[in-house]
Design a binder for this molecule. Structure first.
Ligand code: ZN
Ligand code: ZN
Length: 161
């Protein structure tokens, strides 16, 4: 589902359930000695157990081994880890917010941007229009681009929904 993005960045899907205990996401640590002290969640309802929860949750964590803080995020069976600047430390988010990945090969920061249909002009708001046959047509395109080497990829506008 996110294969184009997964091929482009260092981060990869985690084989970890939301109900599993938090693991320190920093490469050289991987400790289970974690304190968590605050959880935020969206309130979409429809919760059917922690591993099927459609809400996006953010758990603030602190690693007692390496002394670093991080956020463990979950949504609909998926787990990923971020820092306070929205850098993805591990995993692949399945939510539409802006996250910063690292580019496979050059380690530059990878950001998402939206453009008009010309693929060049950036847009701040995302519009769709209704075609003659009643179908919705997006008026924007979604890209991920590397800040360092300027390589970019285009992805499906709706791959996170
Ligand atoms: Zn740690
Ligand atoms: Zn790059």
């Amino acid at each position: 589902m996110f294969q184009k993005l997964i091929d482009f960045v260092n981060q990869t899907r985690l084989d970890e359930k939301p109900s599993s205990p938090p693991i320190c996401p920093y490469d050289r640590c991987q400790s289970f000695d974690i304190d968590s002290y605050k959880t935020r969640t969206t309130l979409l309802g429809g919760e059917q157990g922690i591993d099927n929860n459609i809400n996006h949750t953010w758990k603030s964590c602190y690693c007692n081994k390496c002394g670093l803080s991080f956020v463990r995020e979950t949504k609909y069976g998926n787990v990923w880890y971020t820092d306070e600047y929205n850098n993805v430390l591990a995993g692949i988010p399945n939510c539409f917010e802006n996250y910063i990945y690292t580019h496979k090969g050059c380690d530059g920061n990878v950001n998402k941007n939206y453009t008009q249909l010309d693929g060049i002009t950036n847009v701040m708001t995302l519009h769709s229009s209704v075609a003659e046959d009643g179908s919705l047509q997006d008026e924007y395109r979604t890209f991920y681009h590397c800040d360092k080497c300027t390589t970019k990829i285009e992805v499906n506008n709706h791959e996170y929904f």
